[in-house]
Design a protein around this ligand. Structure first.
Ligand code: NDP
Length: 281
C-alpha cells in the first residue's frame, strides 16, 4: 500500500521500459516490508535536467540513471563521489533534504561484486586485466579495477583515441590498444571484460579470439540481454570461467537500494530468478 510516508525512488532512462531495476528493488522492498516504491521515468532527450531539478528537496529520495543520461547526471550534481568523478558518469543520484543533488557511481562495485559472486577465487591482483570498450562502462570498470588493486590494465577499443583518453585520465598502469591488436594483451590476461555494447540483442558481436587467453582467464560480459552473449558462449566453449552482466546489474543495485531506503536488501529473495523470468518474457 502506498502511504503518505512511502519512500519513493526510481530509475531514469530513455528507453526505460526494458529496465530490470524496478523488478529487483520492488521485490526487495516487498520482502523486507519497507514502506517504499521504485518507479521508472523516461523524460524526453532534453528532459532529464527538468526532471532532476524538479525532484530537488522533494519526497523523491533518489534515482538510478541509465542511458543516455549518465553524463548529464554527473553534470547536474552539486556533490560528486570520487568513484563517479573517476568514471566520468553517474548511475545514482540522491536528493538531499536541503535541495542538493549527490551523484555516485555503483557500477564499479557491481563489477567487483559480480566477480565475487560468480568467480570467487579470482583476485584482480592475479595478472593483467583486459577491459574492452571506450565508453562510460569501460572507464568505470578501469577505475574500479584500479581501486581494487589491479597493477596492469589493458584498455582495448575499436576507436583507439577513446582508449587513449581513458589511459591518460586514469594513469600509467593503463595501456591503450586498438581492438585489432588485442592479441598481446589477451595472452597476458587474468580477466577479460566486455564493456562494449557488442553482443546486445540486435547488435553485432565482438570480434575477439578468446582462445589466446590462458585457460584460467575469467571472461566477463557486461551485456545481459541475451544473458548468454556470443562472447560468453565462446568463453564457455573454451572451458573458461565466466561472469555475466546480470550478476553485475544485481550487485550494482545493492548500494543503490541502501542509499534510497536506508537498509541493505534482504538476501532471502531470489532476484536473479525474477530477472531471468523477465528476460525470457
Ligand atoms: P557506450 O555507448 O558509451 O560505449 C559503447 C562502446 O562499445 C564503444 O566504445 C564502442 O566502440 C563499443 N562497440 C560497440 N559496438 C561494437 C562492436 N561491434 N565491436 C567493437 N566495439 C563496439 O556504452 P556504455 O559504455 O555506457 O555501456 C557499454 C555496455 O555495458 C552496454 O551494453 C551497457 O548496457 C552495459 N552495461 C551493463 C551494466 C550492468 O550492470 N550489467 C552496467 C553498465 C553498462 P567505439 O568507441 O569504437 O564506438
Amino acid at each position: 500500500m502506498i502511504t503518505g510516508k512511502t519512500m519513493v525512488a526510481g530509475v531514469v532512462g530513455r528507453p526505460v521500459a526494458h529496465s530490470l531495476s524496478p523488478i529487483l528493488h520492488n521485490a526487495w522492498l516487498a520482502e523486507a516490508g519497507i514502506d517504499g516504491v521504485y518507479v521508472p521515468f523516461a523524460p524526453d532527450a532534453f528532459g532529464f535536467e527538468r526532471l532532476a531539478n524538479g525532484f530537488r528537496g522533494s519526497a523523491v529520495r533518489g534515482l538510478n540513471v541509465t542511458l543516455p543520461f549518465k553524463e548529464a547526471a554527473l553534470a547536474i550534481a552539486d556533490k560528486v563521489s570520487d568513484r563517479a568523478r573517476l568514471a566520468a558518469a553517474a548511475n545514482l543520484i540522491t536528493f538531499e533534504p536541503n535541495g542538493m543533488i549527490h551523484a555516485d557511481n555503483t557500477d564499479g562495485l557491481g563489477l567487483l561484486g559480480a566477480f565475487a559472486t560468480q568467480a570467487p577465487d579470482f583476485d584482480v591482483r592475479d595478472g593483467g586485466m583486459v577491459v574492452i570498450g571506450g565508453g562510460g562502462a569501460a572507464r568505470g570498470a578501469v577505475a574500479a579495477l584500479l581501486a581494487a588493486g589491479a597493477w596492469r590494465i589493458w584498455i582495448v577499443n575499436r576507436t583507439l583515441e577513446k582508449a587513449e583518453a581513458i589511459a591518460e585520465a586514469l594513469g600509467d598502469k593503463i595501456r591503450p590498444l586498438p581492438l585489432n591488436h588485442a592479441a598481446s594483451a589477451l595472452r597476458d590476461a587474468a580477466a577479460v571484460i566486455n564493456a562494449t555494447s557488442a553482443g546486445l540483442s540486435g547488435e553485432g558481436s565482438l570480434d575477439v579470439d578468446l582462445s589466446l587467453t590462458p585457460p584460467s582467464a575469467v571472461i566477463m560480459d557486461m551485456v545481459y540481454k541475451p544473458l548468454q552473449t556470443p562472447f560468453l558462449k565462446q568463453a564457455r566453449d573454451l572451458g573458461r570461467p565466466t561472469v555475466d552482466g546480470l550478476a553485475m546489474l544485481i550487485a550494482q543495485a545493492v548500494p543503490s537500494f541502501e542509499a534510497f531506503y536506508g537498509a541493505l536488501p534482504p538476501a532471502s529473495v531470489d532476484v536473479r530468478a525474477l530477472a531471468l523470468k523477465a528476460l525470457e518474457s
